[in-house]
Structure formats: C-alpha cells, structure tokens
Ligand binder design. Sequence first.
Ligand code: HEC
Ligand code: HEC
Length: 318
Amino acid sequence: MQSTRRTLSSLLALATLIAAAVTSSPTVALAEKFYEDVRRIDQALRTNPNKVIDQAIESCRVRRNAAMKLYEVGQHTRAERRLRHCFDTLQIPLEVKKAVVKVPTPEELRAKAAKEIERALTLQPNAEDGLKIYRECAACHMPEGWGYTTGLVPQLAGQHRQVIIKQLADIRAGNRENPLMEPYSSVESIGGAQAIADVAEYIDTLEITIENGKGDGSDLALGKKLYEANCVRCHGADGAGDPEKYIPRIQAQHYKYLVRQLERMLEGKRKNADPEMLAQVKGFNPSELDAILDYVSRLTPPEELQAPPGWTNPDFAQ
Ligand code: HEC
Ligand code: HEC
C-alpha cells in the first residue's frame, strides 16, 4: 500500500516535470483566438457599441454564421476573412488593447514577501498540520525530504524553519522563480501564512542525509580555501547557516542544485539573492565556483541532525 502511494505520487511529480517541459500547442492557441474573436463579435452584435446601421449588423450576422461553419470544416483562412468583415462593418478594433501590466519592482516583490514572512513567523506553528501539507510536497521532495542527488530537487530536510518560510514566501510573491513548484505551494493549494508556518515546522524535524550528490572532488583544497575566505562569515564553517538572518543551511546540499542556484543568481533569475553574496560570487571564475560548491556539498551537519543509516520517514509508513 505504502509503495503504491509512493509510486503514484512520484508518477504525478514526473508528469508535472514532463508537462513543464512541453510548451502549449500553437494549434490550440489559434483555435482559442478564433473563438475569442467570435465572442467579441457576438457581444458587439448585441450591444452595437458604435451605433452602426441595421444593414451592417445584418451583413455581419450572415458572415459570422458562415465563418463558424467554415471553421468547423477546417476552412480556417476563409473563416477568419468572414470575421474580419464583421470587425470592419461593426467598427470594432481587431486587437483587444492589452491592459498595461506593470512589472513590479524588486522592492515591491520583497515588500510583498516580507509581509507574509512576518505573519508566518508570528503564528503558532502546528507540525501535525504541516505533515498533512508535506504529503503533497513529498511527491517531489521525497518523504524523507532528501530530494534527488541529480540536484533537480533540493534536500529540504533540516533546513531552518525561517529559511523555508522565507523561500516559500519569496516563491509566492514572485521574488524567486519556481514554475514547477508554484502550483503546489500557492495560497490556493495549501492556504495562507499559517500553512507556510506549519509545513516549515514539519520540514525542520526531518533528518538530514549526507548521501547527497557531490562534485567530482578534483579541487577540494582550493574550494576549502575560497570557502573559508568568503563564505564562512555568513554560512558558518560547517555550512549550517543562520536562521535569524535567513541564511540557508547549505551543508550536505546536492552539488548540482548548489551550482544551479548560483547560476540563477548570476543570471538575475533568482531575484532574492543576497546582494553582498552576489557581488562576491561574480568575482569567481567557473572552476573556482565549482571547487567551492564541491567543498560545500561535502560539509556535514552535526551527528545528531544526520539520518541514521537506513532511516525512512516513519510518518509515511502505513
Ligand atoms: C512538482 C515538484 C515539487 C513539488 C510538489 C514541491 N516542490 Fe519544492 N521544489 C521543487 C524544485 C524543482 C525546487 C528547486 C527549484 C530551483 O531549482 O530553484 C524546489 C525548491 C523548494 C524550496 C527551496 C529550497 C532551497 O534550498 O532554497 C523549498 C523551501 C520548497 N521547494 C518547499 C516545498 C514545499 C513546502 C512543498 C509542498 C507545499 C513543495 N516544495 C512542493 C519541486 C517541487
Ligand atoms: C553576506 C552574507 C553571505 C555571504 C558572504 C555568502 N552568502 Fe550565500 N547566502 C546568503 C543568504 C542571506 C542567502 C539566502 C538568500 C535568499 O533569501 O534566498 C544565501 C544563499 C546561498 C545559497 C542558496 C542556498 C539554497 O538553499 O537555495 C547558496 C548555494 C549559497 N548562498 C552559497 C554561498 C557561497 C558558496 C558563498 C561564498 C562564496 C556564500 N554563499 C557567501 C548570505 C551569504
């Protein structure tokens, strides 16, 4: 039973991963455009917004019906020509004026996330409710919260409550892109600030695996030297981070995930990057960064936070 549940949720996660890779079909988009045009014409036929004469209305009505028939038998170009006649005679503009969407500034995104973080931190968390939410997350993050050594999905186990809260709030506010996970972590799917507080409380209790994905180990001495000179100050000598400052635990994180995060930050796609850290990271060449992150992936948490060999999450046992 348990393995069936796991297989099902993994399949679901896999389907999502694949769906994200497939872009929507252009044929579907064209059909949507045609029916949208018909809808606009029908509305104009009803309300006659430009007060055109009755003959124009009648002429459009005939062509509109012809267009529908032509479209249904696959005569798309002819059908669209009929509709264009309607747009002309009813004097309605061909294109709907796009509403001007204001792109929020980085400050606005941060302010939006900050509000939710503040709220989630003041609420009393409930780990039991957190587990209920986490069951959905486990489809990708795995019941143990270990993600995948390929780095596609990060290890969440043991991540500081405050950091989980901040990352979830950032993702929801649009301050960190994560299109794959967005639908599973939205307010609509899991609820407001209380849900974030609860699931973060639960994740904090998961045991950390040190069987995470690592680099090729080719330049660990350089990695150690650069890590100590640049990163220790914030992330700590063992990569444990600092929950009070929302600095993530990066020890035992999958190497390829670490690499991807720094790449995203450098490309400006992970907008919530720490500015001081970003300036620093820009100063390294790719092989230096590799060496640092390989070293980071080998840092380990104190023994009491590590999963004992063979540990599986008992909350997922039946
Ligand atoms: C469909 C798969 C999927 C589901 C379901 C999912 N996640 Fe994720 N999650 C990901 C991926 C992929 C990433 C890494 C994205 C990236 O590379 O930036 C991620 C990243 C995260 C991060 C950021 C970790 C870090 O180290 O910065 C947090 C926190 C997180 N997820 C929490 C959750 C929670 C809580 C849930 C359930 C409410 C959830 N996720 C559900 C795929 C998923
Ligand atoms: C000034 C403090 C500071 C310094 C120095 C710093 N970091 Fe960070 N780092 C942060 C903060 C804060 C975050 C979280 C940003 C956010 O909210 O997303 C972070 C996030 C990260 C992440 C993403 C982790 C995740 O789970 O998504 C990685 C990887 C990382 N840092 C690596 C490094 C490395 C390697 C160095 C040294 C070259 C370094 N950092 C130096 C403050 C710092």
